[in-house]
Ligand binder design. Structure first.
Ligand code: PEP
Ligand code: MN
Length: 347
């Protein structure tokens, strides 16, 4: 159920509706928008009687939700969500660029790449501290040592740190030293991890599962939002198909498909989406052309020596050229953004 408040409804009227929802033992999700506030309700097992709300002061409309989603939808929030990370944004008018190595390998490697990322004007630095590898014998990430390097990068370059949490305790550490929690493709349906991320104050970058339908992906975002964290960024990174010329098939149609359903920002990862460096720039251009809010790109100062995903890593100079090109394309493919006047706060 979704309660739409009248455009002029005041804070007291909104609070009164929130209180009634809580009295029923349910959870209200208040979404302030540019023209009106809507309140989503979760926690109910069956249908709720809308008549309990329709006569409360300030209520314009009570809508029964028939779709599987409650919180990601444009019905709840017609304007796009702009995720704010300090002074940087994802989903706003600026194209968000998240770049860095697949994994943090050493101080020198991280600093060389971070310098290239900073020089490109990007605001976000990515890098795995814990790596989900297919083989238990492959490099698993530097763990705690990697975090020390990450903190130095954050401090030295002022970049926002995006890193993947493989387990719930990793989120505790990201909360101390990082800026954005990444949930990887392999964990897209790790529901306890999603719930834990939903209880964080940090934004969550949710990658599409390797074989996930759009509905499964969006329901994973609902898991996070249902816990009160509305700062979710969706990341298309390709799905597995029969093709052999790419590591994954980058499903760029998911970008407009999501736009039609959801207010959440969506970015594209052409690195994991293709697996080959020579394809990254063309697919990055395509991602921007279809209206993505940003890109996630893997960069390495010596791709041939990388401990993971070297084949898809761009060199710093290839990356700098990519950024120039996608910025130019963005000028003619800017998604319409109506920013909401009030930023959501995680509950
Ligand atoms: C990554 O971004 O480092 C990663 C492991 O990606 P994915 O979860 O999309 O495979
Ligand atoms: Mn990688």
């Amino acid at each position: 159920m979704l309660i739409v408040m009248k455009p002029g409804a005041d804070a007291q009227e909104i609070d009164a509706v929130v209180n009634v929802i809580q009295e029923f033992g349910l959870r209200p999700h208040s979404m302030p928008g540019a023209t009106r506030t809507a309140i989503g309700i979760t926690g109910n097992q069956g249908p709720i009687d809308g008549r309990r709300f329709e006569n409360l002061p300030g209520v314009a409309e009570v809508i029964r939700v028939t779709k599987p989603y409650k919180l990601i939808t444009l019905d709840l929030r017609p304007e796009k969500t702009v995720v704010r990370v300090g002074n940087a944004t994802i989903g706003g008018s600026e194209l968000a660029i998240i770049a860095g190595p697949c994994a943090i390998e050493s101080h020198d490697q991280a600093f060389a790449v971070a310098e290239a990322v900073q020089q490109s004007g990007a605001r976000f630095f990515r890098g795995g501290v814990w790596k989900p590898r297919s083989s238990p014998y492959a490099f698993q990430g530097l763990g705690e040592k990697g975090w020390r390097i990450m903190s130095e990068v954050r401090e030295t370059f002022g970049l926002k740190i995006v890193t993947e949490a493989l387990e719930e305790p990793h989120i505790d550490l990201i909360e101390q030293y990082g800026d954005v929690i990444q949930i990887g493709a392999r964990n897209m349906q790790n529901f306890s991890l999603l719930r834990r991320a939903g209880r964080s104050q940090l934004p969550v970058l949710l990658k599409r599962g390797m074989a996930a339908t759009l509905e499964e992906w969006l329901l994973a975002a609902e898991y996070i939002m249902a816990e009160g964290n509305y700062n979710v960024i969706l990341c298309e990174r390709g799905v597995r198909t029969f093709t052999q010329h790419t590591r994954n098939t980058l499903d760029l149609a998911s970008v407009p498909a999501i736009r039609r359903i959801s207010h959440l920002p969506v970015i594209v990862d052409p690195s994991h989406g293709t697996g080959s460096a020579y394809m990254v720039t063309p697919l990055a251009r395509a991602g921007v052309a279809v209206g993505a809010d940003g890109l996630m790109v893997e960069v390495h100062d010596h791709p041939e020596l990388a401990l993971s995903d070297g084949a898809q890593a761009l060199t710093p100079s290839e990356y700098a050229q990519l950024v120039k090109e996608v910025r130019a394309l963005r000028e003619i493919a800017t998604p319409t953004v109506t920013e909401s006047p009030t930023q959501h706060q995680a509950a």
